[in-house]
Design a protein around this ligand. Structure first.
Ligand code: NOJ
Length: 563
């Protein structure tokens, strides 16, 4: 079997949980989650079956982009605690067998970082070379790139005719990866964190580090006369050299787990990036999440059918079979909640939520569970744009208004796609502020916390939370690990418009996952015999012993198949 070509590696067997530290658990009543809060909840994570925790950035930052703008890579932000708190968290997590994965943001830093401050003071000096300080052209910026958060990707360097490049906010200047000193600084920093004993890194916006230093302008793609800065990223060659060096100088020296946030990957580059000797252990599969992407942002997204969504996931699975190991998500801190996005209204109930979780977690690849996903947290309706605290949401709202949408319509788009949907505080219990803080939460708590919270679900063996525990336990069980971790992925009934079905097999044992996303019950027929029930979200006897099965709407069933 082709699958044998892919070797066993420790990180492939893990289940990862993403924590958005600002919103996970506040221990000191300032309304912002912190490291001590995370420490307090380690047993909860252990109980869920989590092996690694990815922390969104906890470094010192002015929080223009919620920590993705780092002003000191060696310091913990005081809102989260101290380096001592971090070391304690790392040590305590280790005792429970949980590894810590740090967020690595090295395409850019904060404009408050010492390097940038020095560069501003001496725009032709050494530190200007840490960034892209370029001369404008005929009174205009060096090129017509639009930044991810809107407006030009070039900002004037005060008192000069220079501009600096920022693909994200102007407070996030891009670092110059052509400069050996910058690389050395970054590699040293990465090794410093690895020396502490962290398990690895989630690597932010990494495709952007390679620039075409001629900064050519491209055909405008919008009425502002600009083109997305990704136009350059998609065309430039040579990222491989930088990533190869990054790996050699840091991750490869130990058995570090790395997962790349990679968009705009060139065709045919999958194995180079995440194959057996790839630059990273894994990368996220964003293909299903990209489907909704329209021409003009959130107010202009595409409607995606169930079939399209399912086929996109299947295609990703097939493309990496035997070659690479993707990381699968249904949501993260940049995406809306999966429950609100991928489940039709009739399925937005505990059964539907379990079904969605099940088809995702048993795919081939590493399951990443985002905080609150395990209890079925949903998008959060805000009353006004002021309720949001996200630079991208402000930008998307502005775009929508400029395109002629009313406040209500623009807010509706934010309700569907805002990054803050996933950033509202974790819903721990039905008490004040959902048990997240004793203070005033930095971002509004979703009103549904009285219905959707950890404490209530702990008490209910039929809850989404208990289901996730069983699901993770099944994936990691001695009996089924080889099938669900290393086994082949085989799509089934691919053209069916309601059924999401696939099999996993290691050549010896085989299991099928059947999920009815439709409104009607359905009969599914097999040529093989359905045997032992491994997991179900509705009542099932322990054995099916038949070649066909009737599935209720929102029913998911995992069972062994025998010849
Ligand atoms: C991707 C991160 O996930 C996102 O939150 C951030 O805004 C950008 N990269 C810039 O760092």
């Amino acid at each position: 079997m082709e699958e044998r070509a892919v070797k066993k590696q420790w990180w492939k067997e893990k289940v990862v949980y993403q924590i958005y530290p600002k919103s996970f658990k506040d221990s000191n009543g300032d309304g912002i989650g912190d490291l001590k809060g995370i420490l307090e909840k380690l047993p909860y994570l252990k109980n869920l079956g989590i092996d690694m925790v990815w922390l969104s950035p906890v470094y010192q930052s002015p929080f223009i982009d919620q920590g993705y703008d780092i002003s000191d890579y060696y310091k913990i932000s005081e809102v989260f605690g101290t380096m001592e708190d971090f070391d304690t968290l790392l040590a305590e997590a280790k005792k429970l067998g949980i590894g810590i994965v740090m967020d690595l943001v090295i395409n850019h830093c904060s404009s408050e970082h010492e390097w940038f401050q020095k560069a501003l003071k001496d725009p032709y000096g050494e530190y200007a070379g840490y960034f892209y300080f370029e001369k404008g052209k005929d009174g205009n910026p060096p090129s017509n790139y639009r930044s991810y958060f809107g407006g030009s990707a070039w900002e004037k360097v005060p008192g000069t005719d220079l501009y600096y490049l920022h693909m994200f906010a102007k407070e996030q200047p891009d670092l110059n990866w052509e400069n050996p000193k910058v690389k050395k600084e970054l590699f040293d920093m990465i090794n410093w964190w690895l020396d502490k004993g962290i398990a690895g890194f989630r690597i932010d916006a990494i495709i952007n580090i390679k620039k075409d230093v001629n900064f050519p302008s491209y055909e405008p793609d919008g009425p502002d006369g600009m083109c997305a800065c990704t136009a350059m990223v998609e065309r430039v060659d040579g990222i491989g050299e930088l990533l190869g060096e990054l790996k050699r100088e840091t991750f490869a020296k130990r058995d570090t787990f790395t997962v790349g946030e990679v968009f705009n990957l060139k065709e045919g580059a999958l194995e180079e990036f995440v194959g057996e000797d790839g630059y990273f252990s894994s990368m996220f599969d964003f293909a299903p999440h990209m489907l909704t992407e329209g021409q003009n942002g959130w107010y202009d997204t595409r409607e995606v059918t169930f079939l399209e969504w399912k086929k996109t996931i299947i295609q990703s699975q097939m493309e990496c079979q035997g070659k690479a190991f993707l990381s699968n998500i249904i949501e993260n801190h940049d995406e809306p909640r999966g429950v609100s996005r991928y489940l039709p209204e009739y399925a937005q109930n505990p059964d539907g939520i379990k079904m969605l979780g099940c088809v995702s977690v048993l795919l081939r690849g590493i399951p990443f569970i985002y905080q609150g996903q395990e209890i079925g947290m949903t998008n959060c309706q805000m009353d006004s744009i002021e309720d949001y605290d996200d630079i991208d949401t402000y930008h998307q709202y502005r775009e929508a208004r400029e395109a002629g949408l009313s406040d209500k319509e623009a807010l509706e788009a934010c309700y569907r796609f805002s990054r803050d949907n996933a950033r509202t505080p974790m819903q721990w219990d039905a008490g004040e502020n959902a048990g997240f803080t004793k203070g005033m939460p930095w971002l509004r708590v979703n009103e549904n916390y009285r219905m959707v919270n950890v404490a209530d679900q702990e008490k209910d063996p039929g809850s989404v939370l208990h289901f996730y525990r069983k699901l993770i336990a099944l994936r990691k069980s001695e009996e089924w690990k080889n099938v669900f971790v290393y086994g082949e992925f085989l799509p089934l009934f691919e053209e069916d418009e309601s059924l999401f079905a696939y099999a996993r097999t290691d050549g010896e044992k085989k299991a099928v996952i059947l999920a009815n996303f439709g409104k009607e019950e359905m009969t599914v027929k097999f040529s093989e015999n359905l045997g032992k029930v491994l997991l179900a979200n509705m009542y099932r006897p322990q054995q099916i012993n038949a070649r066909e099965v009737v599935l209720e709407p929102c029913e998911v069933l995992v069972c062994q198949v025998c010849e």
